[in-house]
Design a protein around this ligand. Structure first.
Ligand code: NI
Length: 434
């Protein structure tokens, strides 16, 4: 007997060999998908009736700072420097271990409720992030964000923390947690430090998560320091490869894009954050045209201000249409691929597709709603009309985390109360300057 059968739904497999199944079943056993078909002879402990709904792979958020959910709406509409240096950094410096746990829990709750099943996170106090992921039963690729600023002693201690985290948490939470190295960015980590990180990551067979060319000021700084841009500098030290997930990648030249393609670098596109912080527009259509794997991320809640991947998909599609004055770029299906298949490949996990042998990370989207009626094209609705709140059921690793809008894996009210309290205490500490 199987564990779960999801039946009667429109199955968006994201498997190009199979295509969509307008009324089908997805069968799950031991955390893995065992059958995707029109019907099944099997029986299961849990049968989910997905009538009037779309059954699809869980969305994969490839760039986040989950615990920053505590900074949602805390400092908006400010110039980047003022936002970061006068608001975010002082607040981050006062975050406690408990704050990190609470903020990550809040983020996991929001992601589960909006159909995200995996996220790639880079932040601080990562043991507490990992604990929250383990408790929430989500899947995540986690990295400690290392900032060295050319200080060799600081670099050594940062790498030590990153290394310890990789060693302690990789493969934990029943294999749902994988770990990465997280050197923050090429302008906050020196060339020498990045080389050390690369070497260590190779030794540990771990991937690397890094911000690249998010801002024009990074580009200028790099030119001043190295006489070349970030991508060229990283290429020169042989840092780039298919083990690298590069977030943002906005200020790229054509040559940079060729390098990213040739080296097999994975790019995470974060359109809402880039628009809100007025960082610029990543050349996503040109990257995709070259065959670069581009996935989608939300970035942290301080610059988004939510973790809704449905919203992120829509903004991605719209941004590149208006930017190129071409309504044919980034069609709905391509955007769905970015948010599922491409994300899974970037993180090296067998997910993002409803296919036999793949991880049972599945969401059910309720289509029986005014804003999703009538229904000509499911992919179009998912990108242009649906939002995270339309997700009614979320399954990760074969565990039902939310069933028909009811969150089963955590106490929703408690998580909201804890987060509100943590934010009030944080503001008190900021004001008393302690
Ligand atoms: Ni970021």
């Amino acid at each position: 007997m199987a564990d779960i059968i999801i039946e009667n739904g429109y199955v968006l497999t994201m498997d190009s060999d199979v295509g969509d199944i307008s009324k089908g079943v997805v069968v799950v056993e031991d955390g893995v998908i065992t059958q995707v078909a029109g019907s099944t002879e099997q029986t299961a402990d849990i049968v989910i009736d997905a009538r009037g709904s779309v059954v699809m792979p869980g969305l994969i958020n490839t760039h986040s700072h989950a615990a920053m959910s505590l900074f949602r709406g805390f400092a908006d509409d400010l110039p980047l420097g003022e936002w970061l240096e006068d608001n975010i950094w002082p607040a981050e410096a006062r975050l406690t271990d408990d704050d990190i746990y609470t903020g990550t829990q809040l983020a996991c709750l929001e992601m589960i409720q909006s159909g995200t099943t995996t996220f790639a996170d880079m932040y601080l106090h990562m043991g507490h992030v990992a604990r929250a992921v383990e408790d929430s039963r989500m899947r995540a690729a986690l990295s400690y964000g290392m900032i060295e600023l050319g200080d060799a002693a600081k670099g050594d201690s940062e790498l030590k923390v990153g290394k310890r985290f990789v060693g302690e948490w990789n493969g934990k939470a029943d294999g749902r947690i994988t770990t990465m190295y997280g050197p923050h960015a090429p302008n906050t980590c020196s060339r020498e430090f990045l080389l050390k990180v690369k070497e260590q990551a190779k030794k540990d067979n771990a991937k690397i998560h890094i911000h690249v060319l998010e801002t024009e000021s990074e580009l200028n700084q790099m030119k001043e320091t190295y006489g070349m841009c970030s991508v060229n500098m990283l290429d020169e030290i042989d840092f780039l490869g298919p083990d690298v997930l590069a977030a943002h990648c906005i200020w790229l030249s054509d040559g940079d894009m060729d390098i990213l393609r040739d080296k097999g670098v994975y790019v995470s596109h974060n359109p809402v954050s880039n628009m809100k912080l007025a960082s610029g527009i990543a050349p996503v259509p040109a990257l995709l045209e070259r065959g670069v794997n581009v996935s989608i991320g939300t970035d942290g809640c301080a610059s988004n201000n939510d973790l809704d991947m449905f919203e992120e998909m829509k903004v991605a599609a719209l941004l590149h249409k208006v930017n190129s004055l071409d309504p044919t770029v980034l069609p709905a299906r391509s955007v769905l691929e970015m948010a599922t298949i491409n994300g899974a490949e970037a993180l090296g996990i067998m997910a993002g597709t409803l296919k036999k042998g793949y991880k049972a990370d599945v969401v059910v989207v309720d289509m029986d709603k005014a804003h999703l009626t009538p229904r000509y094209d499911v992919a179009s609705h998912l990108v242009y009309s649906a939002h995270g709140g339309d997700v009614r059921t979320t399954i990760v690793d074969g565990n039902v985390l939310m069933d028909n809008y009811e969150v089963l894996c955590m106490n929703e009210g408690q998580v909201l109360d804890d987060a509100s309290e943590a934010s009030e205490n944080l503001i008190d500490r900021l004001h008393s300057n302690s």
